[in-house]
Design a binder for this molecule. Sequence first.
Ligand code: NDP
Length: 306
Amino acid sequence: MYNVVIIGSGCAGLTAAIYAARANLKPLVLDGHEPGGQLSLTTHVENFPGFPDGILGPELIENMRKQAQKFGAEFKAGAVTGVDLSKRPFKITAAKENYETKALIVAAGASARLLGLKGEKELIGHGVSTCATCDGYFFRGKPIAVVGGGDSAMEEASFLSRYASKVHLIHRRNEFRASKIMIDRAKTNDKIEFVTPFVVEEILAPKGLVEGVQLRNPQTGETREIPLDGVFVAVGHDPNTTMFKGKLEMDSNGYLVAKHGSLTSVPGVFVAGDVQDHRYRQAVTAAGSGCMAAIDAEKFLEEHKH
Ligand code: NDP
């Protein structure tokens, strides 16, 4: 029987683990299918406070993991396949093992959707990005593309126009999912050029760094090549919440609903990080919410001691 099980070992889960371990709760962290979360897929992180020269995402995550282990957090590999939150202690199944816990912190994260192109995942941090706030600064004075037609794509294109010499906004249809105000803002921006309807067929990176994109017009078959240095994929995120359907309150996009910090619809279950946040999605905000969840779990355990 554990005091606290933490689902997810990204920035939020590891920060929760550090706090819970330092509170002597001996937490168990279940790694999930993407150990280290989204930070483990990035290269340089320049906006995490405390690192004036930046730090590599995987190194930052490894440091957090060591810090949690140092205080007694236990780690187990394997994705969670089942949860029973109907009564306490909660029951969790991961990699065919069953665990019981008095409190649960869900920090399962969200996965940025990719286009599914060959080599795309390997180019993350080498010209491909899923986070404008994180990586825009690296593309000062360079031409880039944003792919997508929703509010994220519009927002990222506008944001990136501060840095990039030119932003090609590539979308597969002529109609947009984005709100009119966001489209208008992007359309009146001199640096943003709309390239529709075009699908990205290939990300060109013969030397391992993005040099351009190969596009195809699905209506006419016309192909086009655009030389550029960066491709920001903004085609949405999927919160990793399938296993909580019907068990925890979630919004229409599947994000878990957090109240008063990290509280969920089930007492004793707390949430942290991108699994409950589609607005900020930053390492530092995920870490902050991981800290909140651990403190809330600690208080809950104290109150339910007997
Ligand atoms: P959306 O699901 O709204 O949009 C995703 C876009 O990506 C769509 O245009 C879709 O095209 C396109 N797309 C999806 N898959 C592919 C693919 N494989 N290849 C090419 N294109 C693809 O996601 P967002 O992240 O934009 O927004 C999510 C939610 O967050 C929305 O509710 C949005 O309003 C909200 N949001 C609000 C903001 C704000 O108000 N400031 C800022 C950002 C997000 P298609 O349309 O053809 O399906």
